[in-house]
Design a protein around this ligand. Structure first.
Ligand code: ADP
Ligand code: MG
Length: 212
């Protein structure tokens, strides 16, 4: 197993310190393969097992591009469930400690929409949410995705299994055409291939079997 240090990447000294304080000393295999592509701004389809560290892979990419001085959603992470959305948001908030005042907001079903609307009105940099609630906010015009420069589809295979992919497509079409799109999945079934690749531009493909 190769263990590459995060210091090989074009990350800020503050972020390298933050990663060390989180106990992240070496990149996991999926991070080592995907981060150079993500930080370069390329589209990516990455296949890796659960527990392999995919959140930090796309999270560091999001934060690398983000301008904290601009109070508009610049990144959108679409997840299949509320629980996964909360997990992703928690990890993004830990990574964002090194990036200044960054607001990460979850928009998921189960919670009432009204406080979400208030949070949106106050401004957020990163949105993490489930397809149904994201579409609700788009329909009510409480969510504006026109400043999104990074779109992440997390656990895409589960979103397909749950019948969410048409919703995901609709959400992607509400983002600017010119953006970075990153798709993470444990598997990459034929059933999503055509649709998914329609959402990405000239993607790189990465597949990692090892978890650590
Ligand atoms: P996945 O989304 O691939 O299932 P996660 O992003 O949830 O995986 O990460 C799985 C676990 O590994 C988490 O507990 C996370 O804190 C930890 N982790 C991620 N990257 C590293 C790293 N480079 N070094 C140590 N632990 C890590
Ligand atoms: Mg994950």
């Amino acid at each position: 197993m190769t263990t590459l240090p995060f210091s090989q990447l074009p990350l800020s000294p503050a972020q390298l310190d933050n990663l060390a304080s989180m106990g992240y000393l070496a990149m996991t295999p999926i991070q080592a393969q995907s981060l150079p592509v993500i930080l370069a701004g390329r589209d990516l389809i990455a296949q890796a097992k659960t527990g392999s560290g995919k959140t930090a892979a796309f999270g560091l990419g999001i934060l690398h591009r983000l301008d904290p001085a601009r109070w508009a959603p610049q990144a959108l992470v679409v997840c299949p469930t509320r629980e996964l959305s909360e997990q992703v948001a928690t990890e993004l908030r830990r990574l964002a400690r090194a990036a200044g005042n960054v607001k990460v907001l979850t928009l998921t079903g189960g919670a009432s929409a009204r406080p979400q609307n208030e949070s949106l009105a106050h401004g957020a940099h990163v949105i993490v949410g489930t397809p149904g609630r994201l579409l609700d906010h788009l329909a009510r015009q409480t969510l504006d995705l026109s400043a999104v420069s990074t779109l992440v589809l997390d656990e895409a295979d589960r979103m397909v299994d749950m019948g969410f992919f048409p919703d995901v497509m609709q959400i992607a079409h509400a983002c600017p055409y010119k953006r970075q799109t990153v798709l993470f999945s444990a598997t990459y079934p034929e059933s999503i291939r055509a649709d998914a690749e329609h959402l990405l531009t000239d993607p790189e493909f990465v597949k990692v079997d090892a978890v650590h």
